[in-house]
Design a protein around this ligand. Structure first.
Ligand SMILES: Nc1ncnc2c1ncn2[C@@H]1O[C@H](COP(=O)(O)OP(=O)(O)OP(=O)(O)O)[C@@H](O)[C@H]1O
Ligand SMILES: [Mg+2]
Length: 304
């Protein structure tokens, strides 16, 4: 799985779409996924994509994972667990059907659960479908990666919380046939560990950046955070480089980019770096994407 991350608007969707197209045309069966809340993959490919995996080119499938799909998946996978936990604590049986659903919708839309479920969904796709490469547009970077700490976090809370929960389990409740809360949490912890393992062992993170002050600052933070989670940065795309400067304003801009380019290359610390020139034409449609991202997979060493 190749994950693309970086600051808003730097060109993640453009770069992941171009990379996916080049991977598929060089013989790899590829799936491109976007988990953006306002996905633009359909606009970039100029084809309606949507919630179900569909083929958009030979050896290339695409899917836009909507919030609704994430919530449905969560409800199916973790909803019963939450329901069981709640039934230890409150009288859920006394609630009408609509209130029960509202309750689960509310819990399931909590931000960290959204990320966790999304990762689970993506890794399910990765493990069940036969793709050589999965390209993930807008992978969590920065603080969102906190969810990779879930196993450790859950375990820590288990040790302190289990006594409390076990206590509750015993209070006059009939728990025959029910799992204890600690047991349920243990199962979540195992699910989180699967995600964490996949990210650490089978994924490559590509940081997309522009040679600009704010983007460089953010890129430094992302690299730092990735290091903290022991996720290896595979490489970097420096997008929107001014390559031909035929006017004074463009030369000024190019001069400014030079400084930040040096900073970004230093930050990459010897890892593969690919440059994407600033395009005066809109990068939309397969033809434009193929032209724009011609050298990406080779320069980033993504073919092998
Ligand atoms: N090299 C480039 N030259 C010119 N325009 C570019 C280049 N790369 C991307 N763009 C344009 O910049 C805009 C933002 O690009 P894109 O949508 O790929 O960024 P993003 O990082 O995915 O944004 P978001 O964070 O909103 O998802 C788009 O209009 C895109 O066409
Ligand atoms: Mg995008």
């Amino acid at each position: 799985m190749i994950m693309f991350g970086g600051k808003g608007g730097v060109g993640k969707t453009t770069c992941s779409a171009a990379t996916a197209l080049h991977l598929s045309s060089s013989g790899h069966k590829t799936l491109i996924i976007t988990s953006d809340t306002t996905p633009s993959l359909s606009d970039i490919f100029e084809e309606e994509i949507g919630d179900n995996i569909r083929s958009i080119e030979k050896r290339l499938d695409a899917v836009e994972i909507s919030d609704e799909a994430i919530l449905n998946k969560w409800k199916k996978k973790f909803g019963p667990d939450f329901y069981e936990i709640l039934s230890h604590l409150i009288d859920v049986e006394g609630l009408d059907n609509e209130s029960r659903h509202q309750l689960l919708d509310y819990i399931g839309s909590a931000p960290s659960l959204r990320e966790e479920t999304m990762l689970d969904l993506i890794i399910d796709l990765a493990e069940t479908c036969k793709y050589d490469r999965i390209v993930w547009d807008t992978a969590p970077a920065g603080e969102t990666l906190n969810l990779l700490n879930m196993p450790a976090y859950i375990r820590k809370h288990l040790s302190a919380g289990s006594r409390v929960f076990e206590g509750l389990d015993k209070i006059g409740k009939k728990i025959i046939g029910k799992r204890s809360i600690a047991q349920i949490m243990d199962e979540w912890s195992t699910a989180s560990e699967r995600i964490s393992r996949y990210i650490h062992m089978r994924s490559a993170f590509i940081l997309v950046a522009n040679p600009e002050a704010l983007v460089v600052k953010q890129a430094r933070r992302v690299v730092e955070i990735l290091r903290g989670y022991h996720i290896a940065l595979h490489g970097m795309i420096i997008n929107r480089m001014i390559t031909t400067a035929d006017s004074q304003s463009l030369r000024t801009l190019q001069g400014m980019q030079e400084t930040y380019l040096t900073d970004l290359i230093k930050l990459a610390n010897g890892l593969p770096v690919a440059m994407m020139p600033f395009s005066l034409k809109e990068i939309k449609g397969k033809k434009a994407l193929k032209e724009a991202g011609g050298g990406l997979i080779k320069e980033l060493n993504l073919q092998g």
